[in-house]
Design a protein around this ligand. Structure first.
Ligand code: NOJ
Ligand code: CA
Length: 554
């Protein structure tokens, strides 16, 4: 049996660190709610939605998505000014008001910190590309051509093609791991580090409660710029919406250099100057040992490195259980995980898994020993909506062979009314078109339906909020109940004891549970039913059980 590792200090931390027991909600600003009628979600719209986030859904923190000055070729992950707000999203006064309004409701605010690259419109890059002798030249990664006259090496970009872009004016290539309009900063330059740490201080001084660090695994590259090896047979990742060029090689040298951890420890040291602030690190899927290293050798790295390996695991009970066991076995003592099974870069959960299993996934995220991070609209079972080329915003889809992620990012449907309650603008002006099923899949409709996705999420969050075992307790797999179809685990803390059964198939399943209790919540209905040591799960059913008695010793 696997136990989520904790040490005595953890119990103290659990009481102190707000984020350990919290539910984080990723709202993705341009798609969330339009506050001024121009068709684009904004900070005013987010402020107007805080009662939904806290009162209706029950989340504890919002992760905003980028709102900095930006040409918005990559949804704001292309920053042109780190300390000002893109006017379509609002201004600094509105941002300050967001903090006040969120904090007044007990909501923590997590903003994006995008250290790996800027926009090519950022003044730093404009200076850097102006001449080879400009003082900011070394702030980005510039190289001479390869001896054959082509790009310095073979690295491929996440957005397709080479990571190297030729600059005619100065006769060198610059590196961009994403779009060519997103040059990578040179984190080996101490001035860059100092400037980017100042950016962090700027937002922490304002009072944000944490940062989600974009591509934290990419800050340091191989200093020798060695070629990546070819991926024999291709390295395509069916779970990621990536350009096929990216999958043509094994990305050994363009990311995940060991020196990355020193840079992240510096970031963490700044964040630690602000008690309670959290670092959530976006790092790509990797082995559990490599993932665990992002906590830092003395827990001086990231508080919550995303375990995307879980998101990329086939939805099958044995595989999921193995990966969860791998995660807990690798996690350092005193560490605590975050879990996200969907985000703005991936297919929506209900598209990937279907509606029934997306409900099972909700139970997993909200009951496993981890801080859940939920993508806006997944609580409604939103599905992907292909966006016609002329309406696409994501420039990753504009490159040859590129894949747009806009289908995941359609506007939040609040009601069955005009523009699904997202905006009062002309529909042609909406940031992205509404999902066609918005008349059925929307907040108002689901609030009125006790069997809806939203009702399930609300109930799950209530059950979680009322249970210290679910928020902070140990996790142990219920080995006898785990089958090819079912993942089963228990959570316990003091007298509070819960069991969770997830049927990952569309057939009924019978499990030997060895526990008695009461079903607190089921994805298919049937809460309140009495639990016998042998338990029958319906097709695609997940349950949370309040355990009253253990029929065997463990
Ligand atoms: C990861 C973000 O989640 C994604 O949306 C973005 O395109 C890249 N980083 C580049 O910033
Ligand atoms: Ca707006």
């Amino acid at each position: 049996m696997q136990t989520a590792s904790t040490n005595p200090e953890t119990a103290v931390d659990a009481a102190e660190a707000w984020w350990r027991g919290a539910v984080v909600y990723e709202c993705h600003l341009p798609s969330f709610r339009d506050g001024n009628g121009d068709g684009i979600g904004d900070l005013e719209g987010l402020i107007a939605s805080l009662d939904y986030v806290r009162g209706t859904l029950g989340a504890d923190a919002v992760w905003t998505g980028p709102f900095y000055r930006s040409p918005l070729l990559d949804q704001g992950f292309d920053v042109a000014d780190h300390t000002d707000i893109e006017p379509i999203f609002g201004d600094l006064e509105i941002f300050d008001r967001l903090l006040v309004e969120a904090h007044a409701r007990g909501i923590q605010v997590i903003v994006d910190y995008i250290p790996n690259h800027t926009s090519d419109q950022h003044p730093w890059f404009i200076d850097s590309r102006s001449s080879r002798t400009n003082p900011k030249r070394d702030w980005y990664v510039w190289r001479d051509p390869h001896a054959d006259g082509g790009p310095p090496n073979n690295w491929t970009s996440e957005a397709g093609g080479s990571v190297w872009e030729w600059d005619t004016g100065t006769g060198q290539y610059y590196l961009h791991s994403h779009l060519k309009e997103q040059p990578d900063l040179n984190w080996r330059n101490p001035q860059v580090r100092a400037a980017m740490l100042d950016v962090l201080r700027y937002w922490l001084d304002k009072g944000v409660d944490g940062v989600r660090i974009d591509v934290a695994h990419m800050l340091m590259k191989d200093p020798e710029f060695r070629d990546n090896p070819e991926a024999v047979g291709g390295n395509d990742n069916p779970y990621d919406l990536q350009h096929p060029d990216f999958g043509s090689q094994l990305h050994l040298y363009d990311r995940r250099h060991p020196d990355t951890h020193d840079a992240l420890a510096e970031i963490r040291a700044v964040v630690d100057e602000y008690p309670g602030a959290v670092t959530i690190a976006e790092i790509e899927a990797m082995s559990w040992d490599e993932w665990a290293a992002y906590y830092g050798p003395a827990l001086n790295g990231m508080h919550l490195p995303f375990p995307f390996r879980l998101l990329e695991t086939e939805w099958q009970a044995g595989r999921l259980r193995n990966e969860l066991a791998g995660l807990y076995a690798a996690m350092p003592a005193g560490g605590w995980p975050i879990i996200a099974l969907g985000n703005h870069d991936r297919l929506r959960l209900a598209t990937r898994l279907g509606a029934a299993q997306a409900r099972v996934a909700a139970v997993l995220m909200l009951t496993v020993a981890a801080t859940p991070c939920l993508l806006y609209g997944d609580e409604l079972g939103m599905t992907d909506q292909p966006v016609p080329a002329e309406r696409q915003r994501d420039h990753f889809g504009h490159t040859a062979g590129g894949v747009s992620r806009d289908s995941t990012r359609t506007p939040m449907p609040w009601s069955a009314g005009y523009n699904a309650g997202f905006s009062s603008a002309d529909p042609a002006k909406l940031w992205l078109p509404l999902a066609r099923n918005s008349a059925e899949i929307n907040v108002d409709a689901q609030l009125a339906d006790p069997s809806s996705f939203l009702s399930l999420y609300r109930r799950l969050i209530q059950v979680r909020r009322a249970s210290s075992a679910l928020r902070h307790g140990e996790l142990r797999f219920l080995a006898d109940a785990c089958t090819d179809a079912v993942v089963a685990y228990e959570r316990y803390r003091g007298a509070d004891h819960k069991a969770v059964l997830l049927n990952l198939t569309d057939s009924p399943a019978r499990v030997q549970l060895g526990l008695t209790g009461t079903v607190l919540l089921s994805t298919v209905g049937g809460s309140g039913r009495h639990v016998e040591p042998e338990f029958h799960l319906g097709a695609g059913e997940a349950v949370v059980i309040d355990v009253v008695e253990r029929a065997r010793t463990t």
